[in-house]
Ligand binder design. Structure first.
Ligand SMILES: [Zn+2]
Length: 746
């Protein structure tokens, strides 16, 4: 066990200060980076000048696991190299010079530091100067070898290695915005690492100086008092597979729709509030939080002015660390109509058969509102009005509800208070206070505009509308474990209150299922019944500030299985710059992709309709090495067609390869002779129906896999994984992406 003179007091105050600054920066947007990067060096110097005679033994930080005990963060051993310049000062002048030069030469090479810098450390007036922190074992071994090689100079008197720990995140970016990261002293600076810093931080062992060593030959002499105790480990509600799935599809959508201001996807258990995934992209690698994405770094590099460069870097770092699902607010837009409908139902002001007439516009207290459908939706019941996302209908519902009742439920759904999720920096919502809410504010609030909530508030409120009416507390930590792995605390489901009745909740589920099947078709998942509502809101504040009128947030919430919901998914994409921006067009496909992977994983068996089966994908079986007859049997059993090339007996090669996914009726080509394969040209598969794509693919001798829901009519392909005109082997699988581009969500 090694120990060192304590920097306890100074270090602690730096930690406290850093934590405070972090808290402030998250809330107020004040730059944390400035303090950490620019001032960090100063703090560190102050700290290492302190000479106290009480010392600490580093305690390992607790680990972080996902719900299946897969490791998300752990601490592994690392070493801090320090020197004691005041020891060197006691040597004769020429001997001291030899030692200083040797130290500077050796350590600069091993630790990849500048010779002058290390030499400078040897001249300081201190017993403890850190040369480098957190070096790995192999580098520490090199330092030890260097000490052995220079036994004659007794360098062990002046160079020391403190064993400490280094935080390691084996999955890099996975859930980085949730996990956060640690600072140079392993203090949690963001995310779970910060929120649970007290639990994760161990209790340092303690060594008290037996004598004041200043002015004596031996710099320090100690006796050990207490052993270090490892911090508590945390088991999260996150599921690595669900998290990975959410991040994968979110990232693809951000790229495809040219999203300028990042996106978020939250997967929550509607009955317990357990967060299964909280994906935010662009994010960062928790192992390396101060590195920007290539695109952001390019922006910084393009700036020539040094001050501006620094400030842009700081801004972009703060942005990549920010948890968009918790620390940012937005106008939910039409997704909120589900909540308005539930209030009207609960108060018996409307029912599922109530009729709403829309002639295309409405006027409230002199303020005019247009429906997104010019000419209006005509007469519609509640299910249709919600599916049509008709603003005039929801203005009417808002008027029936009235300001006082609306405000009462807005509060009951948790939209006026923080959810209390166990993460730092949760933002507060902004909304019209009851006493300041007039008919105009009521009208816009009824269809989800002119107030701002966090995504985590919204998904919690939506969960309450479908789970029987209960507002539950969203949370990320399921269990705390002590050093021996024993559970010391377990999160219990925390019901805040029942907001609506079971009966009202059942009607909301019916409405949401109707919406998914009629209005939000891109959210559908083959084999499952789900509920959905999409929304598109303008970023009013930023539009007013910048004059740019084309700033939107497209979002979609889905719930499944709708008969007895367990999972809610909320996806939001901030500032699409592509040609589509409606939540129902850009976000709903992400909801569908996440649900399609996650529902079977969670044990929900799909049940396909005949129409769904037609466009389903099948796994290509392995036929290589077997006989042609075996290949034919396997391929036919997989509902695919087999085409044999060559006259041999044994299959040498196949296309597509085993494990590929192709549409029912796709062709697997098996080769029984050596030789080149047939080359074909990829046709243009964009802007077509599934049937058209199938027929074109067959005649071009390629296979296709469909992405996006293709079970309903009106869908068009919008992307293909291999560009038209490319030359590929016959049988190659090309993914074709479908969506309903006629969706409009007001
Ligand atoms: Zn309308």
């Amino acid at each position: 066990m090694s120990f060192k003179p304590s920097k306890l007091m100074v270090t602690r105050s730096v930690i406290v200060m850093t934590a405070l600054i972090l808290a402030l920066s998250i809330v107020s947007g004040v730059s944390l980076v400035n303090i950490m990067i620019i001032k960090g060096e100063e703090y560190q110097n102050d700290a290492s000048e302190q000479q106290l005679y009480d010392s600490l033994v580093t305690a390992p930080r607790g680990d972080i696991y996902d719900r299946n005990m897969q490791i998300l963060a752990r601490s592994s051993p690392a070493w801090t190299v320090y020197i004691t310049p005041n020891g060197i000062k006691k040597l004769k002048e020429d001997e001291a010079e030899t030692v200083k030069k040797k130290i500077a030469e050796g350590l600069s090479e091993i630790l990849e530091l500048d010779y002058e810098t290390v030499y400078g450390y040897t001249e300081k007036n201190s017993y403890y100067v850190i040369v480098k922190k957190k070096i790995e074992k192999e580098v520490a071994d090199k330092v030890r070898q260097f000490l052995l090689d220079n036994e004659d100079l007794e360098l062990t008197q002046y160079i020391g290695l403190d064993e400490t720990t280094k935080r390691y995140y084996p999955n890099g970016n996975l859930a980085s915005v949730v996990l956060g990261f640690v600072g140079s002293d392993d203090q949690g600076l963001a995310g779970i690492e910060s929120y649970y810093d007290n639990d994760l931080t161990g209790i340092a062992g303690r060594v008290v100086a037996a004598k004041n060593a200043a002015g004596t030959d031996m710099p320090f002499s100690y006796e050990k008092v207490e052993e270090a105790i490892k911090g508590k480990s945390l088991v999260l509600t996150l599921d690595s597979y669900v998290q990975y799935t959410a991040e994968k599809y979110l990232e693809a959508a951000i790229e495809a729709n040219q999203i300028a201001e990042r996106g978020a996807a939250v997967v929550m258990n509607v009955n317990t509030g357990a967060i299964l995934a909280m994906a935010v992209k662009g994010d960062f690698d928790s192992n390396d939080p101060f590195t920007l994405s290539a695109a952001d770094q390019a922006r910084v590099d393009a700036v020539t002015d040094e001050e501006e460069k620094k400030s842009l870097k700081s801004e972009l770092l703060n942005r990549q660390w920010r948890n968009k699902a918790v620390s940012d607010t937005y106008e939910p837009g039409s997704v909120f109509k589900v909540i308005t409908a539930s209030i009207g139902l609960e108060e018996n002001l409307i029912n599922r058969n109530s009729s709403f007439f829309c002639n295309g516009h409405a006027t409230v207290a002199g303020q005019g509102y247009h429906c997104h459908k010019a000419g209006g939706h005509g007469s519609q019941n509640l299910l249709q009005a919600t599916s049509n996302s008709c603003n005039p209908a929801f203005i009417t519902i808002g008027q029936l509800i009235g300001v006082s009742t609306f405000s009462k439920y807005f509060k009951a759904f948790g939209l006026t208070e923080k959810t209390g999720i166990d993460l730092p920096g949760e933002a507060t919502s902004t909304y019209h206070k009851e006493e300041k809410m007039g008919p105009v504010e009521l009208a816009s609030s009824s269809f989800g505009q002119t107030f701002n909530v966090t995504p985590i508030q919204l998904i919690s409120a939506i969960a309450a509308t479908v789970n029987g009416g209960y507002l539950v507390q969203p949370h990320l930590v399921e269990k705390k474990l002590d050093d021996s792995g024993k559970v010391t605390e377990t999160a219990s489901t925390s019901y805040k209150r029942q907001v609506i009745s079971e009966t009202t909740s059942a009607t909301v589920r019916e409405i949401m299922q109707y919406v998914s099947e009629n209005g939000a078709k891109n959210s559908l998942v083959a084999g499952y019944n789900i509920g959905a509502k999409t929304g598109t809101s303008q970023k009013v504040a930023k539009i007013q500030a910048t004059g740019d009128h084309y700033l939107y947030i497209g979002s979609c919430v889905t719930v499944a299985p709708i008969e007895n919901p367990e999972i809610a998914v909320l996806v939001l994409l901030d500032e699409p710059k592509g040609d589509k921006y409606y939540g129902g067009v850009i976000s709903a496909p992400v909801n569908s992709q996440i649900m399609a992977d996650v529902l079977p994983y969670l044990g929900y068996e799909p049940s396909y309709s005949a129409e769904e089966l037609k466009n389903m994908t099948f796994n290509v079986p392995e036929t290589v090495g077997g006989t042609v007859a075996e290949a034919k049997a396997k391929i036919s059993a997989a509902k695919l067609e087999c085409k044999v090339v060559g006259s041999g007996e044994t299959v040498l090669r196949q296309l597509p390869e085993a494990g590929s996914k192709v549409i029912s009726g796709g062709v697997v080509i098996v080769y029984t002779e050596e030789g080149g394969s047939e080359q074909v040209t990829v046709p243009n598969l964009v802007g077509l129906t599934p049937t058209e794509v199938n027929s074109l693919a067959a005649s071009a001798k390629i296979n296709v896999e469909f992405s996006g829901n293709t079970a309903t009519g009106g869908l068009k392909s919008y992307k293909q994984s291999v560009e038209a005109g490319q030359s590929v082997d016959a049988g190659t699988v090309i993914t074709v992406y479908f969506r309903d581009e006629n969706v409009v969500d007001g």
